[in-house]
Design a protein around this ligand. Structure first.
Ligand code: UGA
Length: 483
């Protein structure tokens, strides 16, 4: 089958390459001429394990090509996918659909008769209706069907998520369009992938509900981590004990510095905005956002406590800048507010990330970047692991310890083996555990000295909703006025 993927960002590129890998003929289109010219020269614009090789393989097999023009690519197309960005609108957090609208109109103007247009971008419930009217208004034959087919790809493991999906969701009431989609995904369904057919609006809602639920799981376990820290329990064992209950499941129960990335924060806010427009309060989603925002901000204070109350003129080595490993994406990464808060307390920050430093430079000021983890910790008073890259787990911690001025290690992902750190002489601070004994002289860190869970910039405790209002300007949270 022939597929045109409109939008060659993260989702479009991965999905386009994977459809080609499944044997379809794919053209990935983007208006960004420099991106397309890079792709034509064999350069992949994003870091995603396995993607570059997959693109090369499918170009060589003549199944994958690139273009800056939808019209040029349109001839003989069975399905046009819309995979353009839906960034949050400044001020209210609603998804900005300008790119979706433009793509729909352009596809409508050149689509052959009897074509399927598929929305893969994450869009508010009901957007498919708007896409349908735009496509049909521009289409000569009016016989185009619009389908919702949300993506569930995680950065860093997107190819695996596409090729071995937990489910494929197809939202359409058209029998014919549904059959085209089934044929497209047939190479996966024959291997056992589950395909769920539903209405278009339901498919759109499934995407938001899934991301909101996963984000809620993370905020829940992060609050439990604080609880464990205060009560002497172990968060990993609590998460394991919970996860063994099949009704809960073990995934997405890793406590950390808060969720980031381009999806959970943006999609939760967009879901709230849609709910607000329908006068439906989503209190759990509001709390999830509020807990997460507060958590990211509280980490700076946690580091301050571990350092005995002050980081002024002290050197803090930050290991990891991306919002998770195996990506170069730093959007909404917890590392950004952590570094700002350290800097406003007078710390000198040196950072290292295997892939994220180029993008981080656009967000951060006055940070020194190191060539590797060993250079990063040189003469540092404290090392903070923010992102659990594999290369950090295998470091020589004795070498790290001897390069540092003080041996304080704060592991915000509970990723490093504690005995290795303590054997190297570190005072170790982790999430959801009391600190290991032997904190540095003068440290106030200890089970009783943890920061208030939610603290405002001036140190007064706040309730979650206030934090979310402050963080997002409040507009999208009006639905909760009776909270
Ligand atoms: C997320 C979803 O997992 C995908 O299914 C979805 O398709 C995608 O958003 C999207 O809507 O496009 P992604 O943002 O790439 O994918 O990353 P996740 O692996 O979900 O992680 C998000 C954040 O949660 C990261 O900061 C991660 O460190 C954090 N996290 C994740 C935790 O703190 N604990 C966990 O147990 C899991």
């Amino acid at each position: 089958m022939k597929v045109v993927m409109v939008g060659s960002g993260y989702v479009g590129l991965v999905s386009g390459a994977c459809f080609a890998e499944l044997g379809h003929s794919v053209v990935c289109v983007d208006k960004d001429t420099s991106k397309i010219s890079d792709l034509l020269k064999g350069r992949t614009p994003i870091f995603e394990p396995g993607l570059g090789e997959m693109i090369d393989r499918n170009i060589a097999a003549d199944r994958l090509s690139f273009s800056v023009s939808i019209a040029e690519a349109a001839l003989g197309t069975d399905a046009f996918f819309i995979a353009v960005g839906t960034p949050p609108r400044p001020g209210d957090g609603e998804a900005d659909l300008a790119y979706v609208r433009a793509a729909a109109a352009e596809i409508g103007a050149c689509a052959p008769p009897r074509t399927v247009v598929v929305t893969k971008s994450t869009v508010p419930v009901g957007t498919g209706d708007m896409v349908e009217s735009l496509v049909r208004a521009a289409h000569a034959h009016q016989d185009v069907e619009v389908v919702s087919n949300p993506e569930f790809l995680r950065e860093g493991s997107a190819i695996r998520d596409f090729m071995r999906p937990d489910r494929i969701v197809i939202g359409t009431d058209s029998f014919w369009a549904g059959s085209v989609m089934e044929e497209l995904y047939q190479p996966l369904t024959v291997q056992g992938a589950t395909l769920l057919r539903t209405s278009r609006r339901t498919a759109e809602a499934i995407k938001y509900a899934t991301n909101a639920f996963l984000a809620t799981k993370i905020s829940f376990i992060n609050e439990m981590a604080d609880f464990c820290e205060a009560t002497g329990a172990s968060i990993e064992e609590v998460a394991k004990g919970m996860g063994l209950d099949r009704r809960i499941g073990e995934a997405f129960l890793k406590a950390g510095p808060g969720f980031g990335g381009s999806c959970f924060p943006k999609d939760s806010m967009a879901l709230l905005a849609t709910a607000h427009s329908h006068s439906v309060p989503l209190r759990l989603v509001e709390s999830t956002i509020a807990v997460n925002e507060a958590r990211k901000r509280a980490v700076g204070r946690r580091i301050l406590n571990a350092m005995g109350g002050s980081v002024h003129a002290r050197k803090v080595a930050v290991l990891g800048l991306t919002f998770k490993p195996n990506t170069d994406d730093v959007r909404e990464s917890p590392a950004l507010p952590i570094i700002s808060s350290l800097q406003s307390s007078g710390a000198k920050v040196v950072a290292y990330d295997p892939e994220g430093m180029r993008r981080a430079r656009a967000y951060l000021r006055d940070v020194a970047y190191a060539a590797d983890a060993y250079e990063c910790v040189e003469d540092a008073d404290c090392a903070v692991l923010v992102t659990e890259w594999d290369e950090f787990l295998g470091l020589d911690f004795r070498r790290i310890a001897s390069a540092m001025r003080q041996r304080v290690f704060i592991d915000l992902r509970n990723a490093v083996d504690v005995p290795r750190l303590t054997a190297a002489g570190f005072a170790v601070h982790r999430i959801g555990h009391a600190p290991t004994p032997n904190p540095p002289t003068g440290s106030t860190a200890g089970p009783g000295s943890r920061e208030p869970r939610i603290v405002s910039a001036n140190g007064t405790p706040q309730v979650g909703l206030e934090i979310a209002r402050e963080a997002f300007g409040g507009a999208a949270l009006r639905a909760a006025k009776d909270y």
